[in-house]
Design a protein around this ligand. Structure first.
Ligand SMILES: Nc1ncnc2c1ncn2[C@@H]1O[C@H](COP(=O)(O)OP(=O)(O)O)[C@@H](O)[C@H]1O
Ligand SMILES: [Mg+2]
Length: 311
């Protein structure tokens, strides 16, 4: 991103522990410490003090708590603002923006508690104006696809930009090569064009011929989780109420299985279901989701009550 002037946090990369330590000591908190390798979502520490940053660094580089993922670290400037995800389809040349979303990683209301795989999401973010969308496309998504081609690593498929809308403009935090869970559950219901047609155009390199259409409606998704999640949890509890939902409600089964009785559904994972509704506004979609969630029951079920509570 630095090489291609794609707006992002200032950062420095280290493979020597002592050099990294020295650098961190001269930063102003908060400071972000990132393991360079894959760390199952546990590789980023947003440290609010220098001692905390040094402790994170020692864990990653000295004690190797994340294994070889910690051979290299990135020390990043802390960005504050509104976090959101932008999505696009690309065939390596054309970049077609998809609708955007916000997700909720922490297990409890008010963004408290440990991180999870995601407890809910909504689309579109209330602050995502068409002007902001244009800036995201022109300064982040399109330059990234061009840069990948220039690096002789052409990229096609789904581009997911993890962004921070700061007082000094939009900055990229990360990229993923997929839609994300639970963001997929709230962006695909808004897609009116056939996803297969889009994906074929991505593969065949003729995405410029696709006219993609998305619904103006808002979409909200809330994850229902097992007791104990994201820590250890039990499974095998019967889920009731799934046949008592409004017709236009979508329920995505993430961690369920069929029981021995006809029609019986049992819990079989940490994040069990994502319940999704669309509405004219975020508030309307949110109300519909929670009205239906209250009809679904299983032992120990918990979910956040503040998903898409934005106004
Ligand atoms: N430079 C930064 N400033 C502030 N927060 C950050 C920064 N980088 C990452 N974060 C926070 O840490 C989270 C995880 O970082 P991310 O780069 O998305 O890693 P992962 O690969 O684990 O998803 C982000 O969603 C964001 O909330
Ligand atoms: Mg991330």
């Amino acid at each position: 991103m630095q090489k291609y002037a794609i707006p992002c946090a200032k950062s420095a990369t280290f493979s020597e522990y002592n050099q990294a330590k020295d650098y961190v000591k001269h930063q102003k908190p908060p400071v972000v410490v990132k393991a360079d390798g894959l760390a199952a979502g546990k590789g980023v520490i947003v440290a609010t003090s220098i001692p905390q940053a040094l402790e994170a660094l020692a864990g990653i580089m000295e004690s190797k708590t994340l294994g070889v993922a910690g051979n290299k670290v990135i020390i990043e400037e802390h960005l504050s603002g509104k976090e959101m995800s932008a999505f696009a389809f690309t065939d390596g040349k054309t970049v077609v923006p998809m609708v955007s979303a916000c997700d909720y990683k922490r297990v409890y209301d008010g963004d408290l508690g440990p991180n999870t795989g995601g407890m809910g999401s909504y689309s579109p973010p209330h602050f995502y104006t068409p002007e902001l969308g244009k800036i995201v496309s022109e300064t982040i998504m399109e330059p990234t696809v061009r840069a990948m081609a220039q690096e002789k690593r052409p990229y096609w498929g789904v581009l997911y930009g993890g962004l921070m809308i700061t007082g000094k403009g939009v900055k990229a935090l990360e990229f993923n090569a997929r839609f994300g869970d639970p963001e997929t559950q709230v962006i695909l219901p808004r897609l009116k064009t056939d996803l297969v047609d889009i994906m074929l155009a991505v593969i065949n390199g003729n995405l410029n011929q696709i006219k993609m259409e998305c619904s103006d409606e808002a979409c909200v998704g809330v994850v229902m989780a097992s007791a104990g999640y994201p820590g250890s949890y039990k499974t095998g509890f019967p889920i009731t109420g799934l046949d008592n939902l409004d017709k236009d409600i979508l329920v995505f089964h993430g961690g369920t299985k069929r029981g021995s009785e006809p029609g019986q559904v049992l819990t079989n994972g940490g994040r069990v279901l994502t319940v999704v509704a669309m509405g004219k506004t975020i508030a309307e979609a949110r109300e519909k989701v929670y009205a239906n969630i209250s009809r679904i029951k299983f032992e120990g079920c918990h979910y956040r009550k503040d998903i898409a509570l934005v106004e």
